[in-house]
Write a protein that binds this ligand. Structure first.
Ligand SMILES: C[S@@+](CC[C@H](N)C(=O)[O-])C[C@H]1O[C@@H](n2cnc3c(N)ncnc32)[C@H](O)[C@@H]1O
Length: 432
C-alpha cells in the first residue's frame, strides 16, 4: 500500500475540459483542477464553470495550461472585452479585459496577498488603488514596443509565445501612440518599433534595431503633491508607462520615508533619478543622496536631471557590484568562475550608513545579498517599489531575516487590463 497520489489523467494540447475555476494565480491565470491535475486557465474568472482548451502540456509536469473557450456559468464580474484582440489565441498583452475594472483590482490584490502568504509567510491587507488619469483602464500606456512580423506589420506578441499578432489598434495605448500611424506602416527590415508619448511634445517613433543609434531624448514632467520636476529620458529607456504613476509613486515613497533635512538617502535602481530628485529636495544641501543605476543611458540622463542638486552623487554600477557582493548566480560553472574572479569591492561613494533607502529593482527583485546590504546600512526606513509582487514578497522575507519588518503596503493599478500591479512597501527596523 502506498499513500502517493495517483498519477493525474494525461491531457494533451487541444483537449477541451470542463472546469470549476478556483482562485486567481500570479501571472494572469486562475487555478482549476481536472481529475487531480492542476490547470492554469487564462480568460476565466474565479467561481466560473467553463470549457477550457489545453494550450500547454509538458511531459513530467503535474500541471497544464489552458484557455477558457466557453463560459458555462459566468462570474458576475465578467464583461465583454473592449478590445477585439483580447481573447484566447489572440494578443497576449492584456490578461483581464474580460473582468470589470474593480474586479481586476480585486484579483490583483488577491495575488499580492497570496504572494506574501506563500513567499514571506505573512498575511497582509492590501487594496489596489486606481491612478490619476485613468479612463476606464484604456488609453493609458505611454510607451509601447510593437514587434514586427515577416510581412513588416507591427503587432503584439501572443501570451507565452513569440508569435506576433498584427493589430490595427491597441486600446490600452495612449491615443497619441496610435496617431503616429505606427500600425499602418510597413516596417520590413525592422524587428521592433518603440513608440513613446511623453508628457511634453509629440509622440516619438523609434525603429529597432536599425533606427538611430542614440534614441531621441524625451521630456517628462512630474507634478506630485510632494514634489515637482522635469526629467529627460531616452525614448527607449525606463519611465513609468502610466501617466499617473510617477507622481503617485513619488508621493507614496516620500510620505512613507519622511526624509529630513541633513539626512543621507540612497536611491537604488535609480533610473533617470525620479526618486533621487525628490529625496534631494527633502534632505537639502546639508544632506546626501547617492543614486545607483547600471544602465549607461539612464545614468547619463540622471546626471543631467540631478545636476541642480549638489547633494546628489550618481553611481554607474550594478547595485550588487556597488555593495561589493556576488551577483545572483543564474547558471553554469563559467558564470560561477567569473563571479569568483570578479573583485568584490564596495564602491567608494556608497555610504556605510543611510537614514532612508529607496529600492526600485527590475522584476527579478533585489535578492538576498542586496537586501542584507541595505539592512546593514541601518536605515530608519526603506521604501521598496515593486513591479512584481513575488519579488517583493521574497525580498520582504530576506529583509525580515535582516531585522526589518513590513510597516505599510500599498498597491496601484499602474497597468489596467493586464495582470501587472505595482506595490510599494515600507520596511522599518523590527523592535528589539
Ligand atoms: C523599475 S526601474 C526603476 C527606475 C526608477 N527608479 C524610476 O522610477 O524611474 C529599474 C531600474 O533598475 C536598473 N537596473 C536593472 N538592474 C540593475 C542592477 N543590477 N543594478 C542597478 N540598476 C539596475 C534599470 O536599468 C532600471 O533603470
Amino acid at each position: 500500500m502506498t499513500n502517493a497520489p495517483p498519477d493525474p489523467v494525461p491531457l494533451a494540447v487541444g483537449d477541451v475540459v470542463t472546469l470549476d475555476v478556483g482562485p486567481v494565480a500570479h501571472g494572469g491565470f486562475c487555478v482549476a483542477r481536472h481529475e487531480g491535475r492542476v490547470v492554469f486557465v487564462r480568460h476565466a474568472l474565479p467561481g466560473e464553470r467553463v470549457n477550457a482548451q489545453v494550450t500547454e502540456a509538458r511531459e513530467g509536469q503535474r500541471f497544464v495550461r489552458a484557455d477558457c473557450v466557453e463560459v458555462l456559468t459566468a462570474s458576475p464580474h465578467r464583461v465583454t472585452p473592449p478590445c477585439p484582440y483580447a481573447g484566447p489565441g489572440r494578443c497576449g498583452g492584456c490578461d483581464f479585459q474580460h473582468a470589470t475594472l474593480d474586479h481586476q483590482r480585486e484579483l490583483k490584490a488577491a495575488v499580492v496577498r497570496e504572494q506574501f502568504s506563500r513567499l514571506a509567510k505573512q498575511e497582509v491587507e492590501v487594496a489596489v488603488e486606481p491612478l490619476a488619469g485613468d479612463d476606464q483602464g484604456l488609453g493609458w500606456r505611454t510607451r509601447v514596443e510593437f514587434a514586427v512580423d515577416e510581412a513588416g506589420r507591427a503587432g503584439l506578441r501572443g501570451s507565452r509565445s513569440h508569435d506576433i499578432v498584427p493589430v490595427d489598434t491597441c486600446l490600452i495605448a495612449d491615443p497619441r501612440i496610435l496617431a503616429t500611424g505606427v500600425l499602418a506602416r510597413d516596417w520590413t527590415g525592422e524587428s521592433a518599433v518603440d513608440v513613446a508619448a511623453p508628457s511634453e511634445g509629440a509622440a516619438v517613433v523609434v525603429a529597432v534595431p536599425s533606427g538611430e543609434a542614440d534614441p531621441p531624448i524625451v521630456t517628462e514632467h512630474v507634478a506630485a503633491q510632494t514634489f515637482s520636476g522635469t526629467f529627460e529620458v531616452s525614448a527607449r529607456g525606463f519611465w513609468q508607462v502610466h501617466p499617473g504613476a510617477a507622481a503617485a509613486f513619488v508621493d507614496t515613497v516620500t510620505t512613507m520615508l519622511q526624509p529630513r533635512e541633513g539626512e543621507t538617502a540612497l536611491d537604488l535602481y535609480a533610473g533617470v533619478g525620479l526618486f533621487a530628485a525628490a529625496l534631494a529636495e527633502r534632505v537639502g544641501e546639508s544632506g546626501k543622496v547617492v543614486a545607483v543605476e547600471s544602465d549607461p543611458g539612464a545614468v547619463a540622463s540622471a546626471a543631467g536631471n540631478l545636476a541642480a542638486y549638489p547633494s546628489v552623487a550618481v553611481v554607474r554600477a550594478r547595485v550588487d557590484d556597488a555593495f561589493g557582493v556576488p551577483r545572483p548566480q543564474r547558471s553554469g560553472p563559467t558564470r560561477q568562475r567569473a563571479q569568483r574572479q570578479r573583485k568584490l569591492r564596495r564602491h567608494p561613494l556608497l555610504p556605510l550608513r543611510a537614514d532612508v533607502v529607496v529600492l526600485d529593482p527590475p522584476r527579478t527583485g533585489a535578492g538576498r545579498e542586496v537586501s542584507a546590504q541595505v539592512a546593514a546600512l541601518a536605515p530608519r526606513a526603506i521604501a521598496y517599489v515593486a513591479c512584481d509582487p513575488s519579488a517583493l514578497a521574497r525580498d520582504s522575507a530576506f529583509l525580515a531575516d535582516a531585522g526589518y519588518a513590513l510597516g505599510e503596503l500599498r498597491a496601484f493599478d499602474a497597468f489596467p487590463m493586464t495582470q501587472h500591479v505595482e506595490s510599494i512597501a515600507l520596511f522599518t527596523p523590527r523592535p528589539a
